[in-house]
Design a protein around this ligand. Structure first.
Ligand code: ZN
Length: 242
């Protein structure tokens, strides 16, 4: 006996979806679907990847940025496609400096980078909580701590250590937070500011690795890697140092 009731309901659903997909494809080919709708309906490219893939993707984006061959983007299409969810493939803890815009630096679109920014790119409770959210809730597999050349916040930390300089308002607290990294490299060869910028990145990576059970669990499960880099103001290139 052959009738529709013998078929599992899911067969009908699959057939319907196949038909619907084919129809959308035909409409797209015929130009009947507006471009924006067709793009928005396409599968999002922001699929969650493993830590190694995320790092490769991040650095490829930086190569494009440094070489001035960035992708063309339709931000309206990206905006529409992201209304209901986000799956950023990397989190960046970067300085607030106006010359560093992580989304530009890594040639990423909306929904791809989870950015936490504070002058001096060091660990605060709220910044750590934000990163924990990205890893635990959004499934982000990579954290990059991003320092940069000529960082004014680290320069304040250097002045605080070397000259006992004081700063107005809450800026003093920011300078104080950077002093331990500065103190570690006071005797190191080379430029104190450059060394302090690099040391601050290394210290921040170390703190993220050790001060959060949530991040430690993700690392232990192979779901997270934390790296550190320096953004070069002149070339736009990011050098990984930790
Ligand atoms: Zn800075």
């Amino acid at each position: 006996m052959h009738n529709n009731r013998d078929k599992a309901p899911s067969d009908d659903r699959r057939n319907f979806l196949r038909l619907a997909t084919a129809s959308a494809g035909a409409l797209l080919l015929s130009g009947a679907l507006p471009n924006a709708i067709a793009h928005a309906a396409a599968p999002t490219p922001l699929t969650v990847v493993n830590p190694e893939q995320a790092l490769a993707r991040l650095m490829e984006g930086n190569k494009r940025y440094a070489a001035h061959v960035t992708k063309r983007r339709d931000l309206m299409v990206e905006r529409v496609a992201l209304v209901d969810s986000q799956h950023p493939f990397a989190a960046v803890l970067a300085c607030a400096d106006s010359r560093i815009a992580p989304e530009y630096v890594f040639d990423t679109g909306l929904g791809e980078l989870f950015s936490v920014r504070v002058a001096g790119n060091f660990v605060t409770d709220e910044g750590l909580a934000s990163l924990e959210y990205a890893i635990a809730v959004l499934g982000t597999p990579l954290i990059l701590v991003l320092g940069h050349d000529s960082c004014g916040a680290v320069a304040a930390g250097v002045k605080a250590v070397k000259d006992n300089a004081t700063f107005p308002g809450k800026i003093q607290g920011l300078a104080d937070a950077l002093k331990p990294s500065v103190s570690k490299v006071l005797q190191a060869p080379g430029t104190l500011l450059d060394n302090a910028i690099a040391q601050n990145v290394r210290d921040t990576v170390a703190r993220l690795n050790s001060e959060s059970q949530l991040l430690a669990d993700a690392i232990g499960a192979g779901k997270l890697t934390i790296v550190g880099g320096i953004y070069r103001l002149h070339s736009g290139a990011v050098e990984l140092i930790a």
